[in-house]
Design a protein around this ligand. Sequence first.
Ligand code: ADP
Length: 593
Amino acid sequence: MSDKLGWRITAHFAAFVALVMLALTFYLPGRQRAVETADLQSRLAAEAQLLSQILASHGESPVGLDALTQQWAVHLGAQVTVIAADGAVLAQLPAVHGMGEDLSFRPEVAGALATGQGVAIDSDPISGEETMYVATLGMSDDQEPKIVRLALSLKPVIDHQNQLRLTLVAATSLAVLLAVATGIPIARHITQSVSRLLGATRRLAAGDLAARVIPTRHDELGRLMHAFNEMADRFQEHATAMARERDEQDALLEYMADGVINVDGAGHVQLINQAAIRLLGLDEANVTGQSLAQVVRDHHLIEVGQMCRQQGQQQETSLEIGHLGLFLRVIVTPLNERDNPRCLFILQDLTRVRHLETVRRDFVSNISHELRTPLASLKALADTLRDGALDDPPAAQRFLDRIDTEVDDMTQIVQELLELSRAESGQVPLKLVGTEVADLLVPPVERLQAQAERAGLALTIRLPPLVPLVLADAERVQQVVANLAHNAIKFTPPGGSISVSAQAAADEVIISVQDTGVGIAADDLPRIFERFYKADRARSGGGTGLGLAIARHIIQAHGGRIWAESVEGGGCAFYFTLPTADRAATGSLPQAS
Ligand code: ADP
């Protein structure tokens, strides 16, 4: 462990207890022995003193001395020796020395003779047993001074000392055991708490924001766990808020229509959003970390970035990226961070805006152009009439007829413009009903039959037997068929043929108008559905250039497609599709508006 720490705590605790107890074991017995020895010494000294005084008052009789000595020895449980002033033993019980034996060499005897009292402790050389000797000098006026010596074994004192030592050793062992027994649960609680905190900290560091510890007690460790949980709560809130913010920013970046590229100080792409990848036609996998020059391959764009970095100021410019057919507005903003000066590129796709601007300009110039010719004719005709043609009724009639025609042409232009504008703004409601394809093709073809014959053309309808009903506003689709057939008549030289036919496909019907006429040049083909667009060679046709634009709107409002195929000089074919009425059930059709 975790358990290492537990054992260390327990071992330290037990060692401390053992140390204290051992110190007591060494100190206390010695101390006890010293106290008991001192007690014994003072007791013996008092008793020896008392005996000396009794002896001094008793007289000289040796018989009396022996009797007294025996009585005292029995009474005190000690060896009693009466010694003359020259050190000779006068009486002793229990006897060890012979009568008259000189004991003046004994330190306690010498001490008594010198100061009145002497003490000595001897140990037996064989048994090692210690004995305390206390001698006092008794003085009397009429007798020779005598020394009374009491000797008592110190064995009881030493026995007490040993007993105490043994008790302390046992107490030490018990205390160590108790220390270990109580230390282990405490240490386990500490180490388990620390382990749980460690585990939760590691999980939190590894990203598990839900990592928490359940506090088990109300001690400091419990409070530490509470504090950890609070810290983890704050951390989680913070991390969640940051993640949400980052997700919002990512989503914003990903879904914004403008391209965003973040380039670091070394010119490497750090971040690029989907719009920029799409706009610049990049391979997403090979962009981040690459240099901008490698990624973009447009020197204008790179130059703008360099200027931004050099001048530290926002740069704004418009660029045409030819190979991508793009017109971009580029705003480069310096992000001046101290250690990492970056540039933020915003790419706004103005291709469509510019296209619309071009279309609007073309539209105005086309209208002016279309109206100028008839207006100039009208002016000339009016001038001619005013200058005298009025006086020539047949000529005046011819001029009036021509004025009529010019006004009709202008009226047609204005009407078609109105119709186109209404179609473009969705103001023409379609009445979509299941319709026979024949009902869409036959009426306009019949109406144009005479005109085709006059132009020396064969105009035919080819309808397969089983064509499904289509969902269409018949009047509007007939208008489209009439326009396509009328164009075919206009652009097919006499002797040619025009075929109007229909063919069923998956969930739609394809209607075509094919002719053997002049055809349309490949360059013009993609543009013929634009307003006022007329292929050069067709200008002689005298139309407004609005018919196909109107037709496209009508077909698209039906949920269909319209397109043309042609080989210049080899005739052309116009196709459009209409959804079958069955498809209405799938709900994928446009609503009649
Ligand atoms: P317009 O009123 O001039 O016919 P449209 O929009 O109907 O206007 O046609 C646009 C141009 O498309 C025409 O001016 C002509 O150049 C070309 N075009 C249309 N139909 C045909 C066709 N059948 N053959 C050749 N050119 C055609």
